[in-house]
Design a protein around this ligand. Structure first.
Ligand SMILES: Nc1ncnc2c1ncn2[C@@H]1O[C@H](COP(=O)(O)OP(=O)(O)OP(=O)(O)O)[C@@H](O)[C@H]1O
Ligand SMILES: [Mg+2]
Length: 291
């Protein structure tokens, strides 16, 4: 890293700045699906911003363009004031993504996966080994299981290890795409507590896509609502409730979601997708490498 880059990052006020970002995918010849339409958003250093939105509203695409897995069609993305589209390799060192389905080498152990994940960020085994045990112990993982293949571990535990892997590289910007979706209540709670600890203890900024209103309200400073690729609101949980208040009482976040999207949460997350959001083989491969 040049001293110039270092200076830029140290002085950056914002962890993330998106300006007018559009991303479209070709459906058929000449026909496009717009996954993001003119999204602008600023995430301050140390801030946790949640994104709520129905299925297919563009949440994962947002996370993917920010993590440099795909490039936007228009607009700009700056991470710690560095242009993420022009300089993806530099910004990749400061970000880490945990998605709904953590990618691991399932036949390998958690230790091997974590060592590998750290190595991709230039951290040697000697440096990462003691930290791995420390991090795993802090998330309540039974260190005796460190040599067991990943596929023997529950999904909740795997998800916690995915967060541990991200933490190992001390990312300054964490991108969490539905980290608790599909987990049983206990594992969900554990993973949320871990995110809470990350929030409290690290100088990390977090972008968190979720379908869980409680999670968003509890963990996020501000919450954005994404509908059909457009960010239609972005405010503190209280600000959002005040904005959508109709009577004397403040609405719940779930009510806000319904008023803003015209859909109940249940409908919004069970609505049939057109299948286009399946991760492509190429992206899967990048995910494995990009950990
Ligand atoms: N690689 C792709 N190829 C084609 N279309 C895609 C691709 N990725 C996303 N899309 C389309 O872009 C839109 C947004 O998808 P995206 O996966 O970002 O939504 P999402 O909010 O993450 O949904 P979910 O809640 O189901 O995870 C959808 O219409 C989807 O079909
Ligand atoms: Mg998604």
């Amino acid at each position: 890293m040049t001293s110039n880059t270092y200076e830029t990052i140290t002085h950056a006020q914002n962890a993330l700045e998106l300006h007018d970002v559009t991303k479209r995918f070709q459906k058929k010849r000449g026909e496009y699906t717009y996954a993001l339409r003119g999204v602008s958003l600023t995430l301050k250093r140390g801030e946790v911003v949640g994104i709520l939105g129905p299925n297919g509203s563009g949440k994962s695409t947002l996370v993917r363009v920010v993590s440099t897995l795909t490039v936007p069609d228009t607009g700009s993305i700056r991470i710690f004031d560095i242009d993420a589209v022009q300089q993806p390799k530099i910004v990749q060192r400061y970000i880490n993504r945990v998605s709904v389905e953590a990618s691991f080498f399932k036949k390998m152990s958690s230790l091997e996966n974590l060592l590998f994940g750290a190595k991709l960020y230039g951290i040697t085994d000697r440096e990462s080994r003691p930290r791995i045990e420390e991090i795993l112990a802090s998330i309540g993982f039974d260190v005796k299981r460190i040599g067991e293949p990943m596929e023997h571990l529950s999904r909740g535990t795997q998800q916690k290890i995915a967060l541990a892997r991200a933490l190992l590289t001390s990312p300054m910007l964490m991108l969490l795409d539905e980290p608790t979706t599909g987990l049983d209540p206990r594992s969900k709670r554990d993973v949320q507590e871990l995110i809470w600890k990350i929030r409290a203890g690290h100088d990390s900024s977090i972008l968190l896509c979720t379908h869980d209103m409680g999670e968003a309200e509890e963990l996020c400073d501000r919450i954005g609502i994404l509908v059909d690729g457009q960010l239609i609101a972005l405010d503190t949980p209280l600000g959002l409730k005040q904005r959508y208040q109709q009577g004397d009482e403040l609405p719940s976040l779930e009510d806000v979601f319904m008023l803003a999207t015209g859909q109940s949460l249940e409908d919004a997350i069970s609505e049939k997708d057109d299948g286009g959001s399946q991760t492509t083989v190429a992206e899967r491969a990048t995910e494995l490498i990009e950990v």
